[in-house]
Design a protein around this ligand. Structure first.
Ligand code: ATP
Ligand code: MG
Length: 255
C-alpha cells in the first residue's frame, strides 16, 4: 500500500507494467496479461498511460472515439471483454501530440478518475518507457497494488529494469516480479538461439528477491498478434502460454 494515496472506487487492484527501457515489450506484456487474467475469470481494464506513443488501440484492435455517459464519465472501449482507455480514443491517429508535461498528467489522472471503469478486479496500467517525472507522477496519482517489470535478457535492458525496480521501491509499490521478454527464439530446425543474450530476467529477479514470473520467447506470432490486435494470449499453447503463468502469479500475489 502506498501511503496516503486514494484507491479507485470499484477497482480492486491497480497494477503497473513498466520498464526502464523502451521497446522491451511492456505494451505486449500488458495487453496479453490483461487477456490472460480475463480468461482466468477476472474482470479487467487496461489504461494506456503512454500519451506520446499509445499502443493499446492497435494491440486490442480498437479504433474510434470514446464518449461521455450521463454522469459525465468517459465510457471506456471494450475488446475481448476487457475495458480499455487510451489517448488514441481522443486524438486522431495522424495528429501529433505536442502537449507538455502538466497536460499529460491531467489526461492520465482523467483516465483514472473520470472513466467509467465500473467494477474491476484489476486495472492494468501500461506505462511509457523510462523512470522520469512523468512515470513518477503517474504512479503517485493513485494507489498501485503492484508492479510488473519487463526486461529483455541483455545487460543494458537489465540496468534500466533495475532503475524501474528502484523507482517502485522508493514509492513503496511492491514489485510483483519480472517478466523476461524476447528470452530466446526457437528456429524451425528445432534449435534455440538467444539473440539478446541470457539471464537478464533472472539476474534482475534475484537482485531484488522477487519472482521471475515468466520468460516469453521472441516469436513472430507475438508481434503479429500485437499488430493485428489479436493478442497471442487468446490462444492456448504457443508463445501466449507464458502469459498464463504471469496471470496466475499476479492473481496469487493480489489475492
Ligand atoms: N516476445 C516477442 N516476440 C516478438 N515480437 C515481440 C515480442 N514482444 C514484443 N514484440 C514486438 O516488439 C515491438 C515492441 O513491443 P512493445 O510495443 O510491446 O514494447 P514497449 O516496451 O511497450 O515499447 P515502448 O517503450 O515504445 O512503449 C512490438 O512490435 C511488438 O509486437
Ligand atoms: Mg509501450
Amino acid at each position: 500500500m502506498q501511503r496516503g494515496l486514494k484507491p479507485l472506487p470499484g477497482v480492486k487492484n491497480i497494477i503497473a507494467v513498466a520498464s526502464g527501457k523502451g521497446g522491451v515489450g511492456k505494451s505486449t506484456v500488458a495487453t496479453n496479461l490483461a487477456i490472460a487474467l480475463q480468461r482466468q475469470g477476472w474482470s479487467v481494464g487496461i489504461m494506456d498511460a503512454d500519451i506520446y506513443g499509445p499502443s493499446v488501440p492497435t494491440m486490442l484492435h480498437l479504433s474510434g472515439r470514446v464518449f461521455a455517459n450521463d454522469d459525465k464519465k468517459i465510457v471506456p472501449m471494450e475488446a475481448y471483454g476487457i475495458k480499455a482507455m487510451s489517448i488514441g480514443f481522443l486524438v486522431p491517429d495522424d495528429e501529433p501530440i505536442i502537449w507538455r508535461g502538466p497536460m499529460v498528467m491531467g489526461v492520465v489522472k482523467q483516465f483514472l478518475q473520470d472513466v467509467a471503469w465500473g467494477q474491476l478486479d484489476v486495472l492494468i496500467i501500461d506505462l511509457p518507457p523510462g523512470t522520469g517525472d512523468a512515470q513518477l507522477t503517474m504512479i503517485q496519482a493513485v494507489d498501485i497494488a503492484g508492479a510488473v517489470i519487463v526486461t529483455t535478457p541483455q545487460d543494458v535492458a537489465v540496468l534500466d529494469a533495475v532503475r524501474g525496480v528502484e523507482m517502485f521501491r522508493k514509492l513503496e509499490v511492491p514489485v510483483l516480479g519480472v517478466v523476461e521478454n524476447m528470452a530466446w527464439m526457437d528456429l524451425p530446425d528445432g534449435s534455440r538461439i538467444h539473440p539478446f543474450g541470457e539471464g537478464g530476467g533472472r539476474r534482475t529477479a534475484e537482485r531484488y528477491e522477487v519472482p521471475l514470473l515468466a520468460q516469453v520467447p521472441l516469436d513472430g506470432r507475438v508481434r503479429e498478434g500485437g499488430d493485428a490486435g489479436r493478442p497471442v494470449a487468446l490462444e492456448d499453447g504457443g508463445p501466449g502460454e507464458a502469459f498464463t503463468a504471469v496471470a496466475r502469479a499476479v492473481k496469487a500475489a493480489l489475492s
